[in-house]
Write a protein that binds this ligand. Structure first.
Ligand SMILES: *[C@@H]1O[C@H](CO)[C@@H](O)[C@H](O)[C@H]1NC(C)=O
Ligand SMILES: *[C@@H]1O[C@H](CO)[C@@H](O)[C@H](O)[C@H]1NC(C)=O
Ligand SMILES: *[C@@H]1O[C@H](CO)[C@@H](O)[C@H](O)[C@H]1NC(C)=O
Length: 280
């Protein structure tokens, strides 16, 4: 009889999933909350306009958390982020009667170094993601300034568009209300009931696994210790090593009796058919 402990499967899956979530792949697991960000896939943009007479300045963040941005058509290559960028921040200056002028292009998230600092927010509920991009040149006398994207996903029933909050020369703050910001708990204290149900089922399953594992170990221990006892005490060998051998030899007959008794309660008990084999 081979019993595979059912419990090792969930443990393996758990180890595997924590390895996978170490690399950002549109799924974030933090504080035992799972955030499935695939609902946020696709290109999005958040813009703020600053009035800077005699012109206006459009600060725009284009981003796609789950894939690299596609090159923008009709925009010169120097006026957009290189390939392999997932979040690109641009400042575009607009002036009446003149064509738009891209004055800054700042990559904030690159797929080669995707490793956001993620924090689960409790009030309001949500997820804070901070990505670091390459440094951007500053004044000639100073060293380049590290650039960050601070994306705050707020848990909401309905999705709104992302909102550009601010840029202070180093960090772009974007806020987004979206159902994807509502984490799904994978332990008690989580939020979604259906998930808890699945979890409970798994726990019961692994409990059964443990029960059979312990039972198997007990059986093995019983036979091993019994054989050892028979060997040391009686110098037994071969079949005689089996502890309580007489009893175990009777087991098939007893099982047959029980089955035949159950199957045909009409017929008389068949115990006698064995012809007094019972060893007392
Ligand atoms: C995340 O959501 C997408 C659809 O929204 C689904 O196809 C995918 O299986 C989900 N991933 C996980 C790990 O739940
Ligand atoms: C990120 O932006 C939020 C506002 O959306 C702000 O409350 C938070 O402090 C910012 N995080 C950092 C590290 O600046
Ligand atoms: C911009 O804001 C971030 C977070 O609030 C802060 O850590 C950083 O020092 C600020 N940078 C500048 C240049 O003010």
């Amino acid at each position: 009889m081979i019993i595979r402990p059912h419990s090792s499967l969930p443990i393996t899956l758990l180890l595997l999933s924590s390895l996978v979530s170490a690399q950002f792949n549109c799924h974030v697991n933090v504080n035992s909350l799972n955030f499935n960000l695939t609902k946020l896939a696709g290109e999005h943009a958040a813009t703020r306009t600053r009035i800077t007479p005699p012109s206006t300045m459009d600060d725009t963040l284009r981003f796609d958390l789950c894939a690299d941005l596609k090159p923008q058509e009709g925009v010169a290559e120097a006026d957009q982020c290189a390939s392999g960028t997932r979040a690109c921040f641009t400042k575009v200056n607009k002036k009446d009667g003149q064509s738009d002028r891209v004055v800054a292009v700042i990559p904030l998230v690159q797929s080669s170094s995707l490793n956001p600092r993620s924090t689960a927010l409790s009030s309001p509920k949500g997820l804070a993601l901070i990505f670091q991009g390459p440094s951007y040149p500053s004044l000639p006398s100073e060293s380049p300034i590290p650039q960050y994207l601070n994306l705050t996903l707020l848990c909401a029933e309905t999705a709104s568009g992302p909102t550009f909050l601010s840029y202070n020369g180093s960090m772009v703050d974007v806020e987004w209300s979206h159902p994807a910001g509502c984490g799904v708990g994978d332990s008690s204290g989580g939020s979604e009931d259906e998930n808890k149900g699945g979890e409970k089922k798994e726990r019961v399953g692994s409990g059964i696994g443990w029960f059979f594992l312990v039972l198997l170990l007990a059986i093995i221990a019983y036979f091993a210790l019994g054989a050892y006892y028979n060997y040391t005490t009686y110098g037994a060998s071969g079949v005689d090593l089996i502890p309580h051998r007489d009893f175990w030899q009777e087991v098939p007959y007893m099982a047959r009796d029980v089955i035949s008794h159950l199957c045909s309660s009409v017929r008389p008990r068949r115990a006698s058919a064995r012809g007094g084999y019972i060893a007392v």
